[in-house]
Write a protein that binds this ligand. Structure first.
Ligand code: PEP
Ligand code: MN
Length: 303
């Protein structure tokens, strides 16, 4: 096996290991074992097996591509019900939908809160799809954890340490999105907060980072996904919707994510993307999502 890249020494020195004596008892050189990284619970070096995180009965990290689909935000009972039914029929594994929305402007739609959580729970009961939804603050953790099968921590909250600490004390799985300006080391150390506090059920999500490039909403760091798969045993999924910001790029980015070894995808789907209350430009309509699913499942079969 090729040596794993080491991106932090965690303030510890490499350990010197004496190699066994060579033929005739001749001393062999001392081999330097790479030190464990600072994210010692998240690292693959000390935990070689890929972790499988089970959320609402769906195993993430088992080798099968897990597809989470649904609107950016829950807008009405009918919208989330219809979407649930459609994405389930198209082969999605889980349903997403925001009840609490982190918006850049305070004047933008902030989510329907508890009402949206109730509708998500109804949509799960009808469709059988487990729910992925975001928690924004410590005081909402209990309420969101009651409804969600996988609790999303959004990019803006990746380094909200009180929130991570609180989520580390529950057993519900957490989907930890990468901050828009977070390094891989910072992302893995954020995951470490969850693991160190006692919650082993962590899934990472690459959703694009901020670079000089403005032609796409973010720059989807797919090499970073491949690297994180090397560095960590945690499952890693990719969000091609926020990662590109453009509907036409969601398919290509999804195929690329599959090719670099992502364990799953988080895709925004809306029954009427042009009328979506947020992120319509990056949302797929149902027929496009169904076509993408057929394509992905076909590729997966030959992966
Ligand atoms: C979202 O998933 O709708 C979202 C707000 O994502 P991010 O935190 O990656 O911006
Ligand atoms: Mn969105």
């Amino acid at each position: 096996m090729s040596p794993r890249p080491v991106i932090s020494r965690a303030g510890r020195r490499p350990r010197a290991v004496r190699a066994p004596a060579g033929a005739g008892g001749a001393p062999l050189p001392v081999v330097m074992e790479p030190p464990a990284p600072a994210f010692r619970l998240a690292c693959r070096q000390l935990h070689p097996e890929t972790s499988v995180v089970t959320a609402g009965g769906v195993a993430i990290g088992s080798g099968r591509l897990i597809v989470i689909a649904g609107p950016c935000s829950v807008e009405s009972r009918r919208q989330i019900r219809d979407t649930a039914r459609s994405v389930q029929a198209a082969g999605a594994d889980m349903l997403r939908g925001g009840a609490y929305k982190p918006r850049t402007s305070p004047y933008e739609f902030q989510g329907l809160g508890t009402k949206a959580l109730e509708w998500l729970a109804e949509a799960r009961a009808e469709s059988g799809l487990p729910i992925v939804t975001e928690v924004l603050s410590v005081e909402d953790v209990e309420r969101v954890a009651e409804c969600a099968d996988l609790i999303q921590v959004g990019a803006r909250n990746m380094q909200n340490y009180p929130l991570l600490r609180r989520l580390s004390t529950i057993s519900k799985p957490v989907l930890l999105k990468r901050g828009a300006s977070a390094t891989i080391q910072e992302w893995l150390l954020a995951a470490e907060y969850l693991l160190a506090g006692g919650n082993p059920n962590v899934v990472l999500c690459e959703r694009g980072i901020r670079t000089f490039e403005t032609a796409t909403r973010n720059t989807l760091d797919l090499a970073g996904v491949a690297l994180v798969k090397e560095l960590s045993h945690l499952p890693v999924i990719v969000d091609p919707s926020h990662g590109t910001g453009m509907r036409s790029l969601v398919g290509p980015a999804s195929r690329a994510a599959l090719a670099v070894g992502a364990d799953g995808l988080l895709i925004e789907v809306h029954p009427h993307p042009d009328q979506a209350w947020c992120d319509g430009a990056q949302s797929l309509d149902v027929p496009s999502f169904a076509a993408l699913m057929r394509d992905l499942r076909g590729r997966e079969a030959v992966r």
